[in-house]
Ligand binder design. Structure first.
Ligand code: GLN
Length: 193
């Protein structure tokens, strides 16, 4: 059975688990979802979700456990939110381990500190969506020569959701809403492989 793994190292893991389960139910598809912590568990998944949290902490554990290697070797689609977006990229403003599987540069805490976190209606897939931004990163740059890159959403003239091939990065937190649309989109990407 197709399996989505929620990387369970640190951060908003249970929220992603719950909403992924709900998305699967809504879609009526035969997909399993499981929290995963080690490289062998990750290798067994058809898609991986990396939650928000602290990208330094999550990145160090990914590196130490060789989780980045199995993702790359098995070409597993990854969906990252917030800290997950930072980790998908190839560069950020701190020296920290990254997955380097999307040609994007992401600035950490670019909207300010915790108190500057905010919610605003955004638009994605031609629909309104509740955008939750918590010490959110900002997409600083992406490789414009890459034809497999698609901008999924912009807000305030900034790119807040971007896809490259089967990898998807968002600066906000769809897992902290009741709306399953974005998770359904990722599950479809995994199923369409
Ligand atoms: N500021 C965090 C980081 O840089 C990300 C915040 C979040 O995931 N909500 O890793």
């Amino acid at each position: 059975m197709v399996k989505i793994g929620i990387l369970n190292l640190q951060g908003a893991v249970s929220e992603h688990y719950d909403i992924t389960k709900k998305a699967i139910e809504n879609m009526g598809v035969d997909v399993d979802v499981e929290p995963v912590r080690y490289a062998d568990e990750v290798a067994d998944c058809d898609g991986i979700i990396i939650s928000g949290g602290e990208s330094t902490v999550i990145g160090k554990i990914i590196d130490r456990r060789g989780i980045d290697q199995v993702i790359k070797e098995n070409n597993i689609p990854v969906f990252g939110t917030c800290a997950g977006m930072i980790l998908l990229g190839k560069k950020t403003d701190f020296d920290q381990p990254l997955l380097n599987i999307m040609d994007i540069t992401v600035g950490r805490n670019s909207y300010g500190r915790q108190k500057d976190s905010f919610e605003s209606t955004i638009s994605i897939f031609n629909e309104d969506f509740p955008g939750v931004f918590i010490r959110a990163p900002l997409l600083k740059d992406y490789d414009k020569t890459k034809e497999d890159i698609t901008i999924l959403s912009e807000f305030d003239s900034e790119i807040i959701a971007i896809q490259q091939g089967h990898n998807i990065a968002m600066s906000f937190h769809p897992e902290l809403t009741e709306n399953t649309k974005i998770h359904e989109y990722f599950i479809n990407e995994v199923l369409n492989r």
